[in-house]
Every structure is written in structure tokens, then in C-alpha cells.
Design a protein around this ligand. Structure first.
Ligand SMILES: Cc1ncc(COP(=O)(O)O)c(C=O)c1O
Length: 354
């Protein structure tokens, strides 16, 4: 067991926080003072340490680089008006990290290490959590295989690391997406339902092609038929058709997003009709033609809600209703923001104070 008392803490001599305006930094490029690192070797977790963020020596032969035994999480901490810092549903990220670990043949990270490391790190770096309305501290826990060895087999050594960076709004404008029917993100029997690093590497090329055509992201479709929608970029995908919230059911090709789960929980809490099932492109196109496609959006930790205002499909562009007319997604976006900032009652018990 690694308790908070067992984490070695090596504090930075002088905080760098005053070098930045944490309410106004580009996403993912400015890292806070400290990082948490725990090592797995000889069949056990050990050497839990918090130390100044910075470069570390790693071998170019390390297996994460060659064979992709690398997984990660993405989560956020928020500061309320009293300066208190809270995490949004951190245990869900902990559980999902370990689901990824099992699929990628990596050792699971014990809850004490994940949670105590995270809480202690945030307590040390709480001055890095933005105070702005849409600001948060983005948290990146990740697990990498560190064996210095060429040869395809599970590594015997690993590092679990947590780094953090201040974040503002992810997408400042609503987005246009295009339905991808050549490439696919995930395949039945594959690793689409976990956060394996390779899932993201493989998505870059089709996304680049979409961006060259003027879209910000793709809508991924099923690999077998390309008739069913799955996700959009690195977000789960949702539609409001008529008065129903419709989203693809979870499967082994879809990541079980924590934002997705939260949006569904709020919709149900408000008495809205929710359907989680296979969603065909045909029915989305027909709803659009009938004028029933009221809202489309992606949801995920980075953006919370990314409003989709255009969908490219079979050479045509569906032009969707303007954001001001979208009652559900704007309400859910604002409600999540208020809960996270401690300005609305946390009825579903999602926030954890550090
Ligand atoms: C492929 C993919 N889908 C969906 C999501 C949304 O998940 P969450 O809401 O937990 O951030 C993410 C981001 O983590 C993702 O990478």
C-alpha cells in the first residue's frame, strides 16, 4: 500500500507559476511545477515520488516507443470562487485506466497510488488551477512500458506518471465534421474501447485529410459497413432528433466517455427520452431532411460539449440549426460548468474536493 505518507516529495525550489497567466495559456503546452511518478518492477509498485516537472532519462529501446504499450487518461480539476479545488468524477478515470491496462497487458495501477498521487500533486500545484469561468487544470495520467529491450512481449517494468497543465476553452467556435467512410478508428475485437496511445496515432492521417477539405474533425463509422456512426474525433457523438437524445450504444469500438455518461445522466434526470443504440447514417440523414435533427454535438473532457454545426456526408453539407436554438446541449454544457465550478448543486455527487 502506498499512502500519502509514502510518497517522496521533492519540491521545486521556486514555483514557475508567476511566469504565466494561467487563465490564458494555449492548451497542453505549459506544464505545472510538479509531476507524480510511480514505478513497477519485480512484480510490484514502488518509489512513488512527486518531483519537479521536467525531462527524464529514458532508453530509446524502451518498449512503449516500439510496440505501443502506452495508455493514458484525461481529466480535469476546477477551482471555485473560494479558491477550493475539486476533481470531476476521478474514480471513473481510475477505473478506465485499469480497463485499458488489462487490454494492453499492463499491470493495473492500485487505487491508493492513483488517487493519493493525484490528490497530493494537486494540493502542491493548486495555484496552477485557473480561476476563469471556462478554465480548468487538465490532468494527464499515463502508464508506459519501460523495458529496455527489443522484442514483442509485455514489458516487465512500467512507469505511471501524472502531469498537469492549465486549460481554457478547447474549441472556441462550433465545428464542422465530415463522415469518414474509408478509414476507421476502431474494429471489433480491437482496442477502440480503451485509451491506447496507438488509437490516436492512427487517427491523425484521416483527420488531416478532413482538415484539408475544411472540416475540423471526422465522424468515425463502423469498420465493417461504414453505415453506423461511432464517435467524432476524440469525442462521443450525440444527436437530438425530435425530442430524443440519441447516441451510439457502447461497444468494443467506442470509448466509454465520462462526459457521455454525465450528459446521459443529466438528460435522464431532467426527464428527457434517451436512446443508446446503433445509430445509422441513413436515419441521421432522414431526420435532417425532415427537419427533425435539432442538435448534434461531440462530448469529452477537453471540450465538454463541442457543437457541430455542419456535417459533410456523401459530398453534401448538412447545415444544422444555430447554437442559440439548441436547448438541450447548451443547458447541459452550462449545467456541467456550474457544477464543476461549485455554482450549482452537485445532485449526482460528481465532485471530489482535493
Ligand atoms: C476516443 C475518445 N472518445 C471519447 C472521449 C471522451 O471521453 P471523456 O468524456 O471521458 O473525456 C475521449 C476522450 O477521452 C476519447 O479519446
Amino acid at each position: 500500500m502506498i499512502s500519502t505518507a509514502n510518497i517522496r516529495i521533492d519540491k521545486i525550489a521556486k514555483s514557475r507559476v508567476t511566469d504565466y497567466d494561467v487563465n490564458n495559456v494555449p492548451f497542453g503546452k505549459c506544464f505545472s511545477d510538479h509531476m507524480f511518478v510511480a514505478e513497477y518492477a519485480d512484480g510490484k509498485w514502488q518509489n512513488a515520488t512527486i518531483c519537479p516537472y521536467g525531462d527524464v532519462p529514458l532508453s530509446y529501446a524502451m518498449s512503449a516507443l516500439h510496440y505501443g504499450q502506452a495508455i493514458f487518461e484525461g481529466m480535469k480539476a476546477y477551482k471555485n470562487d473560494k479558491g477550493e479545488v475539486s476533481l470531476f468524477r476521478p474514480l471513473e478515470n481510475f477505473k478506465r485506466l485499469n480497463k485499458s491496462a488489462v487490454r494492453m497487458c499492463m499491470p493495473e495501477v492500485p487505487e491508493e497510488i492513483f488517487m493519493n498521487g493525484l490528490l497530493e500533486l494537486l494540493r502542491l500545484d493548486s495555484s496552477w488551477v485557473p480561476t476563469s469561468e471556462s478554465g480548468s487544470l487538465y490532468i494527464r495520467p499515463f502508464l508506459i512500458a519501460t523495458d529496455e529491450a527489443i522484442g514483442v512481449k509485455p514489458s516487465e517494468t512500467y512507469k505511471f506518471i501524472i502531469i498537469t497543465c492549465p486549460a481554457g476553452k478547447y474549441y472556441s467556435e462550433p465545428i464542422k465534421v465530415v463522415v469518414e467512410t474509408d478509414y476507421f478508428r476502431a474494429v471489433h475485437g480491437g482496442v477502440g474501447f480503451v485509451k491506447a496511445a496507438g488509437n490516436y496515432g492512427r487517427s491523425l492521417y484521416p483527420t488531416k485529410l478532413a482538415q484539408q477539405k475544411g472540416y475540423q474533425q471526422v465522424i468515425w463509422t463502423d469498420s465493417a459497413t461504414h453505415h453506423f456512426v461511432e464517435e467524432s474525433g476524440t469525442m462521443n457523438l450525440m444527436f437530438v432528433i425530435g425530442d430524443t437524445l440519441l447516441t451510439p450504444a457502447l461497444s468494443d469500438t467506442i470509448l466509454a466517455g465520462i462526459t457521455r455518461d454525465s450528459v446521459i445522466a443529466l438528460a435522464k434526470h431532467w426527464g428527457m427520452k434517451v436512446e443508446e443504440r446503433k445509430v445509422s447514417l441513413k436515419e441521421v440523414a432522414e431526420a435532417y431532411e425532415r427537419g427533425d435533427l435539432k442538435e448534434a454535438f461531440g462530448c469529452g473532457t477537453a471540450a465538454t460539449i463541442a457543437q457541430i454545426v455542419g456535417i459533410g456526408f456523401e459530398g453534401k453539407d448538412f447545415v444544422l440549426p444555430p447554437v442559440e436554438e439548441r436547448k438541450f446541449s447548451t443547458k447541459v454544457d452550462e449545467t456541467l460548468r456550474l457544477i464543476r465550478k461549485g455554482k450549482a448543486e452537485d445532485t449526482l455527487n460528481w465532485m471530489m474536493k482535493i
